[in-house]
Design a protein around this ligand. Structure first.
Ligand code: ZN
Length: 493
């Protein structure tokens, strides 16, 4: 009797290939995967927007198509930062097509997925991910209760984007290790107790650990416990081994993958809002009003965030509900802004920084006429202002300014930022200057010593890999086609 094919996928979210390769002697599961598997390097949509990698993976569409650039992103109709949800920016994951074709689907903790809309697919989300989209949920309520009873909670929680001290990082290292262990038990249990042709589980601990536990020779990394990140990778390596143990490679294709990677943080995001304040003040003086402009107002939330010590912010943020934290992010971006006089703002982002234009007809209170001379002058002014910024040693901090709509086409491209500032590889500076903007002093405040690199990888094992019959897999957008091909299903449009 012919058994139907199976694909077992394990995502190691933001697992960095160079780190894994260097640590192979202490990562036995990865060592085996490299020895026995077929290696696929992956390019990814993180080349522009790091938070897009999961929606691109599960839809096969680029960011202009799915429209997702952040878990809290700009909503032009309300002119505020808003948490994405199934009522806004919903995208269907490719495994619903597999479930509709009658295949068993079990999916655990894929980041950036929405509430289940296809009851035939068994989905568990937000149990333990780096990017939590909302409360823990399972497509079957009884399963949710059962998981809570058997496995409790993942200790990682939400990331609080403020600086952390060594003691806090030690705690977070332990949380990542413990979380990886419990995630492995949960994934193993689902593997054994659910009916699946596609099984997909994602470990989020290398992602969280990579952001906060990255340590190299930079003085700004000195507070990070040495070896902490490797400890997290070892725990995830053991967890992946636990999920793979005993899988029959004659009938199952195994795919262990990371969509993007991690390196030291070179984001200069902390300068962007202050730079935009100055850029807008200069623009107002030159282009909008002839009389002297008022001094830019910062907004209460931004002023508070810039003056309250990080440990206090951290304690407050861990104690309040997520809606309150979202409100803080929203006020920080838009507090004190007079839209009649503001042609563009910076959006709070991660590695690369985002500028959104206040376009008439697109933003609720838009003031910049699309295609006008002023529009073109402003875009040029923003671009040149950022390209001119230098550190104390004279090094440029901006590599390029990407016009997002030109490179990321698609039906939802109007929801993406207009300009993506991509940094050079300088370590975060505390002052930056240019002749036009003067000197801007700002300290990094995200608490991240690590940030993303766009390259990912996949290691594939099993009969299909041995016979050389694998479909193309070279980009994070290739996954829907890759999996459907292995399972012998044609996905509809
Ligand atoms: Zn990240």
């Amino acid at each position: 009797m012919r058994t139907s094919p199976r694909v077992l996928m394990i995502g190691v979210d933001a697992g960095e290939l160079s780190l894994i390769r260097a640590a192979l002697p202490s990562l036995p599961t990865f060592r085996r995967l490299f020895d026995e598997g077929v290696f696929h390097p992956l390019a990814s949509s993180a080349e522009y927007v790091s938070a897009s990698v999961w929606p691109t993976m599960y839809t096969g569409g680029m960011p202009g198509e799915h429209g997702i650039s952040q878990h809290i992103q700009w909503d032009p109709s309300s002119m505020r930062m808003r948490r994405i949800g199934s009522d806004w920016l919903y995208c269907e994951p490719f495994w619903y097509g597999l479930a509709r074709a009658g295949l068993g689907v079990t999916v655990l903790d894929v980041p950036f997925t929405f509430e289940n809309r296809e009851p035939r697919a068994m989905e568990i989300a937000n149990w333990g991910s780096h990017d939590l989209m909302g409360p823990f949920q399972a497509s079957v309520p009884a399963l949710r209760r059962d998981i809570r009873r058997r496995f409790g909670r993942h200790p990682m929680g939400y990331e609080i984007p403020v600086s952390k001290d060594t003691g806090q990082l030690e705690t977070m290292r332990r949380e990542c290790i413990e979380g990886a262990h419990t995630k492995a038990e949960l994934a193993r249990w689902l593997r054994e107790t659910t009916r699946w042709n596609l099984f997909l589980a994602v470990f989020g601990e290398c992602h969280r650990g990579g952001h906060i536990l990255w340590r190299d020779h930079d003085v700004a990394h000195a507070h990070v416990p040495p070896g902490a990140l490797l400890d997290v990778y070892r725990a995830v390596d053991a967890g992946v081994g636990r999920v793979l143990d005993g899988v029959d490679l004659a009938t199952t294709t195994v795919v262990v993958f990371a969509l993007h990677g991690m390196g030291y943080n070179f984001s200069q995001e902390h300068f962007v809002r202050r730079a935009m304040d100055r850029i807008n003040a200069i623009h107002r003086r030159e282009d909008v009003v002839r009389d002297a402009p008022p001094a830019p107002r910062r907004g209460l939330m931004r002023a508070l965030r810039e003056s309250i010590p990080a440990p206090v912010q951290h304690a407050i943020a861990r104690a309040v509900p997520v809606q309150v934290r979202d409100w803080v992010v929203a006020r920080e971006v838009t507090g004190g802004v007079d839209w009649r006089k503001t042609p563009g703002i910076s959006l709070r982002s991660d590695l690369f920084s985002f500028v959104r234009l206040n376009l008439a007809g697109r933003e609720r209170d838009g003031m910049l006429a699309p295609g006008s001379d002023e529009h073109r002058r402003y875009v040029d002014h923003v671009t040149q202002s950022f390209l001119a910024l230098r550190t104390d040693t004279g090094a440029p901090i901006v590599r390029d300014v990407v016009p997002a709509h030109e490179v990321l086409a698609g039906a939802r491209r109007d929801l993406l930022p207009d300009m993506i500032l991509r940094w050079t590889d300088e370590y975060p500076a505390t002052s930056a200057r240019s002749p036009a903007l003067g000197t801007i002093h700002a300290a990094p405040d995200s608490g991240r010593t690590g940030e993303h690199r766009p390259g990912g990888f996949a290691l594939v094992l099993g009969a299909a890999a041995k016979s050389g019959g694998l479909p193309p897999l070279a980009h994070n957008a290739d996954f829907p086609g890759f999996v459907a091909h292995l399972l012998g299903v044609r996905l509809g449009s």
